[in-house]
Design a protein around this ligand. Structure first.
Ligand code: SF4
Ligand code: SF4
Length: 77
C-alpha cells in the first residue's frame, strides 16, 4: 500500500515536471525588476534583459528551472 502511494506520488511529480518542460518558463513582466540574476544563472544563455525586463528564448531554454529558483521577485512561472 505504502509502495503504491509512493509510486503514485512519484508519477505525479514526473508528470508535473514534464508539463513544466513542455509549457516552458515565462516571465511575469509586472513582477520583474530587471535585476539580471536569472540572466547570470542561466546555463544556456537563454535569457536577456530587454528594456529592463527579463526575456526567455524558448528555443534555447532547456527548462532547468534555475531562473525560477533564483528570482527573488517570483517573476518567473
Ligand atoms: S531574476 Fe526575476 S526580477 Fe530579476 S531579471 Fe530575472 S525575472 Fe526579473
Ligand atoms: S529554465 Fe533554465 S534554461 Fe530555461 S531560461 Fe531558466 S535558467 Fe535558462
Amino acid at each position: 500500500m505504502v509502495k503504491k502511494l509512493a509510486l503514485s506520488a512519484l508519477l505525479v511529480v514526473l508528470l508535473a515536471a514534464v508539463a513544466i518542460a513542455a509549457s516552458g518558463y515565462r516571465v511575469e513582466e509586472a513582477r520583474c525588476t530587471g535585476c539580471g540574476d536569472c540572466d547570470r544563472i542561466c546555463p544556456v544563455d537563454a535569457i536577456e534583459i530587454v528594456d529592463g525586463k527579463s526575456r526567455i528564448d524558448p528555443d534555447k531554454c532547456i527548462a532547468c528551472g534555475f531562473c525560477q529558483v533564483v528570482c527573488r521577485y517570483d517573476a518567473i512561472r
